[in-house]
Design a protein around this ligand. Structure first.
Ligand SMILES: NC(=O)c1ccc[n+]([C@@H]2O[C@H](COP(=O)([O-])OP(=O)(O)OC[C@H]3O[C@@H](n4cnc5c(N)ncnc54)[C@H](OP(=O)(O)O)[C@@H]3O)[C@@H](O)[C@H]2O)c1
Length: 323
């Protein structure tokens, strides 16, 4: 099968588009013919090993799993003898951040993994981008214990995580103020944001509005700035570690010294979350934002674009659009 393979950590050019061995499903696994995957910031992080800590999961000296990609949408092409949840031809989507492997024509997964049938009101390419950004957003929204009526500011509302956060926060009944640049204001309003602040024209921390929760979805603001507009018991969460890991240290110290707290939740996805997101898609409450699509052989360009930190929503990798 064709696959995007890397055998050493480094820049986008360490990934090659080559022939690899097609996996064979075990008795409890399904073989998925991947139609679309995403290329996302997690793939970039594991590929570059920019944060050394990622090597404790992916291999100290070189990657154990040589095919990246953690999201997919595709078709069940084979099933193991003990599989009962899926049948041949089912259209499925899901998330695999344990062994990755979606940047390839075929992927084997245990039938109990994070996967589900694609809702009928969404195209297969869109389904590939349901999980990653949304599961980070969901994890942080839950950690902040967001309730209906909460005032939440999403900084960097146009990334995969930010654009998911805006939609999920509206589902939970929050009043959402989204921060983005001029050209994306209409997009963010279309996702349901109640207010938009254009960071190219205005500093959100100078407004009188106070927030219960500030979610820095792109790691471009800070607790130091955000706390000026956090309510007395407000919560600040960033998706990035911050300068010198500042967000970890502040997360440890603010519960002791401050009523305004920084949290740094460890993201985790359960099968119930995949079903929860599928239901939101089915009921038109959530739709992943897609920026652009690259062909599999353009994997290096795809990584370069994702690393520019200017993508709007998600970047897709077209593996096989024929199905
Ligand atoms: N904690 C984790 O495990 C984990 C996992 C995955 C990703 N991440 C991190 O999460 C962050 C978000 O990832 P993502 O994939 O959602 O999106 P992303 O690719 O990092 O963000 C793209 C968006 O960021 C916005 N942006 C860039 N500079 C900005 C600035 N100075 N102020 C406000 N917005 C700015 C851009 O919007 P405009 O066009 O509006 O400028 C762009 O649309 C990344 O920093 C990534 O490293 C963390």
């Amino acid at each position: 099968m064709k696959a995007c393979v890397y055998t050493q950590y480094g820049p986008p050019e360490v990934v090659s588009f080559i022939e690899a061995k097609k996996p064979i499903p075990k008795s409890n696994e399904i073989l998925i013919q991947v139609n679309y995957a995403t290329v996302n910031r997690t793939d970039c992080g594991f590929r570059s090993a920019e944060y050394f800590v990622s090597r404790f999961f992916s291999g100290l000296f070189r990657p154990k799993n040589t095919i990246l990609g953690n999201e997919f949408a595709g078709i069940v092409a084979e099933i193991g003898t003990n599989v009962s949840s899926f049948k041949l031809g089912d259209k499925v989507f899901g998330y695999n951040d344990k062994t990755f492997g979606t940047h390839a024509e075929y992927l084997c997964l245990n039938e109990k993994s994070n996967l589900a049938l694609i809702p009928e009101n969404i195209e297969i390419y869109q389904a590939a981008a349901i999980c990653e950004g949304a599961h980070y957003a969901l994890c942080d929204i839950r950690a902040a214990k967001v309730k209906a009526g909460y005032h939440v500011l999403v900084y960097g509302a146009t990334g995969a995580i930010g654009s998911s956060a805006v939609q999920l926060l509206k589902h939970f009944g929050a009043n959402v103020t989204a921060v983005c640049n001029t050209q994306n204001v209409d997009l963010i309003l279309s996702l349901g944001a109640d207010n938009v602040i254009d960071y190219q024209k205005e500093d959100y921390s100078k407004r009188p509005q106070q927030y219960d929760f500030i979610f820095d979805a792109v790691g471009k603001t800070s607790f130091k700035i955000g706390k000026k507009v956090l309510k007395e018991k407000g919560i600040y969460i960033s998706t990035e570690l911050g300068k010198n890991g500042a967000n970890i240290w502040v997360a440890l110290l603010t519960p002791i010294f401050s009523k305004k707290k920084v949290l740094f939740p460890i993201p985790f996805m359960y099968l119930e979350d995949v079903h929860f997101l599928a239901e939101l898609v089915r009921t038109n409450q959530f739709k992943p934002v897609i920026d652009r699509t690259f062909k599999m052989e353009q994997i290096v360009e795809a990584y370069q674009f994702v690393e520019s930190a200017q993508k709007v929503g998600n970047v897709l990798l077209e593996i096989d659009a024929s199905c």
